[in-house]
Design a protein around this ligand. Structure first.
Ligand code: DX5
Ligand code: ZN
Length: 226
């Protein structure tokens, strides 16, 4: 499978209409991936859906799935999402007992392995193990809800991780998630993010295709400048 090039825009269906999911998936056909937020009301104080729903999204979506697991005991549950064909499965470092073993398992099944860190989690715990991952997700809000404000306090951590990856000649992708909009995406792109999750900025827009295009162009301009 050929992978979309940066900057990648991954709309989050947390802001989609849950009873019109098929129609909303069709509206983001020009995106790079669809970002699928799985929440268990335990790791985060919110609940979405599990494998049954994600399997239907996988069967319906015009673009590949980027699954973001905000669930406890990722070691146990994450492989199931790779098995149903998700292009990438990202679990939280805070929720995995054996992150390296889990990443290897996800890759073995055939999906890209991703690791996410919450705003207060240090990035340096990932330096030694970044080769085990295909993507690193730096959360730019506290995970759990869409529509929150972008935390620019997370940018130094992102920058340091990107620099470390360059030192190691790593090809890992850097994703940001939370509060990404036309006003904030440039900051994240300048810090080195190449993959941008946006929920409310995409599904809240009158013209979804134009919103995706606008975000991508703004990220492209900012990463060329930096
Ligand atoms: C939040 C989720 C996000 C959320 C982003 O915990 O992980 O993917 O949908 O929503 P916006 O873009 O509205 O902040
Ligand atoms: Zn997410």
């Amino acid at each position: 499978m050929s992978l979309p090039s940066a900057p990648r825009i991954n709309p989050s269906i947390l802001s989609a209409d849950f009873v019109n999911m098929q129609a909303d998936l069709e509206r983001i056909a020009s995106a790079d991936f669809v970002h699928v937020d799985v929440m268990d009301n335990h790791f985060v104080p919110n609940l979405t859906f599990g494998t049954q729903m994600v399997e239907r999204i996988q069967a319906t979506s015009p673009v590949p799935l980027d699954v973001h697991l905000m669930i406890s005991d990722a070691d146990r549950w994450a492989p199931g999402y790779a098995e149903l064909g998700a292009a990438s499965v990202t679990f939280h470092l805070e929720a995995a007992a054996r992150p390296v073993e889990l990443a290897r398992r996800l890759r073995e099944i055939g999906s890209r392995a991703g690791v996410a860190i919450k705003p207060d989690t240090a990035g340096d715990s990932l330096y030694e193990i970044m080769d085990e991952f295909d993507q690193i997700l730096v959360m730019t809000v506290e995970p759990g809800f869409g529509g929150q404000g972008f935390l620019s306090s997370t940018m130094p951590k992102l920058r340091a991780l990107v620099e470390e990856a360059r030192r190691r000649n790593s090809t890992v992708w850097f994703q940001v998630d939370g509060g990404i909009s036309l006003d904030t995406i440039a900051q994240a792109a300048e810090a080195g993010a190449d993959t941008f999750v946006a929920g409310s900025a995409v599904f809240g827009a009158e013209n979804i295709e134009a919103a995706i295009h606008g975000l991508r162009e703004r990220a492209r301009a900012a990463s060329l400048e930096s």
